[in-house]
Design a protein around this ligand. Sequence first.
Ligand SMILES: [Ca+2]
Ligand SMILES: [Ca+2]
Ligand SMILES: [Ca+2]
Ligand SMILES: [Ca+2]
Length: 616
Amino acid sequence: MNVLTRHFRNLLVVRRQVECVGLSWAVLLLAGGCSGERAGEAGTSESAGVLQAEQDRQRILQALSSGAVGGSDEPSRIRFRELGVDSGIEFVRYDDMRGQRRIMEVNGGGVAIFDAEGDGWLDVFLTNGCVLPMRLDRGETPGKLFRNLHQANLRFADCSEGSGLLQTGFCCGCAAADVDHDGFEDLYLTAVGGNQFWKNNGDGTFTETAKETGTQCGFWGSSAAFGDLDGDGNLDLYVANYLDVNQEEPVLCPEPRAPGGYIGCTPAMFRGVPDVVYLSDGAGGWRELSGAIQASFPGKALGVVICDLGGDSRAEVYVANDGQPNFLLVAESGGESGELRLRDRAVEASAAVNYEGFGQASMGIAAEDFNRDGRTDLFLTHFYRETNTLYVNRSQGDLLLFDDGTRTSLLGQPSLNFLGFGVSGMDADSDGWSDLLVVNGHVDDRTWFDSQQSYRMTAQMFQNRGDGTFRDVSRGAGPYFGQALLGRGVASGDLDRDGLLDAVVSNQLDSAAVLRNESQAAGRALVLKLVGVTSARTPAGVRVRIVGEQPELWRQLCGGGSYQSAQANELYLGGLEDRDYAVEVRWPNGEEQMVEGVQPGRWVIRQGGVVSRTPW
Ligand SMILES: [Ca+2]
Ligand SMILES: [Ca+2]
Ligand SMILES: [Ca+2]
Ligand SMILES: [Ca+2]
């Protein structure tokens, strides 16, 4: 079955499914129109589809015989060492779990990898929960800021107190970017009952500004992302909101047979709440854009990424909804007011539901060009007994189109017994191909009636083989991948500046983990910090390409991604040799800059020409 046939089938199945979630008939008719046009084309290329299917089958059989499936013991280059409390990061998230299994307790929190004081070294922030309802919070469980001490053995110091970044309340996700162009990255935190916006003062301290900027929101915020949605050069903010919950009298699900007398209620028992967009004036002022999101239902959003998916330098927003079709929001100027509108095009683009037409329980997102064809693909983590799903980007021109590559990539089967949350699409072994680090853990302990359904789960590492398939290399990736945990947020960045991407994981009921990358690098890497001048200082959407590499070797700076976590605002291009390269930078405002004589290493490229190299 080829791309267009699948697209047609998805539209038919989604038509049945969306009735459950209240998608309007207007959208269905629109989708039906598109599918009708393409059905004829699909029929004429049926033989090509059969050939493709046979090629897919051969590739899967070949991969099976080489041990790619089922977690082979064949050694891989990828290896991580968990540093434990020696790293200086000592943190166990508090979620006020008291046995009633309130839905707010089980979704955990995230991690931000960002530069808190502008010294070029990546620091770490972990969000924390508190006693619920929030009015009982006495500030005893703050989020923590850990400053990078620039040591080769990777050490951090807790500098929460000194920085004034004293997060209280029940915080979940985080997003980091320099939103007011002063050279320092600010931090937005989502929460149950009032989000927080920490402005970086540039002197190592932070000030909370959500109330004065009107960005508190008030819904249960899960993930957030920065990106320039209206194209004015200032980074806007998308807040992905989850469920309508009452902190004072939460919905509970008593179950006498369960230990403790309760089971976790499913999200289906709650209403979704709409996401919110805030537009920035670039100087610290924010305005909520009401009616910005043109989708047919409010969504139960857990993850969000802002990325250019169509290749036209215009930002799209992809939203992971829990148990519902996902959103692919395309920016357009709306009606008489000329205000920005984000219209959901996920159904037409075959990116709303998976190959079988199911709206899966989507949590985390990795947006990377996994097959190096120049287009950013999407990988989504999902519930137990659902596959994680790879949406391969087939967009051409103005047509946004995705193909479900879960089966052919071999990423489906190994995810069935896992409940995935955070995911980092990192090139762990520096061969130029983006791999996948997935952290897992159930939301409910169901072991009392189903011993197969683990509560704590191991994290997984999938190596991109460069031929469209991935190999589960978890077993050889270090002892951390043998530990059963409740993994939630994960973010990556080159914390120790050795040219390999490290990661930090936020777990529930267990310590947060610093995973130092000790892989055998297949190639050298270029780590780039891009500094916008006429574009936003954190130039979300910037694309960097290594000239002449085939297949395409490029990266895009996206906002958000993973689950409730903020990835380092740096670009990592691996798989290089020790020689000079020419690097093409496409800034978000369309300016192009060619930088020649770039060797592997850490570089800062400032828009308009200033380039500097820092040795490893
Ligand atoms: Ca720093
Ligand atoms: Ca803007
Ligand atoms: Ca691609
Ligand atoms: Ca790789």
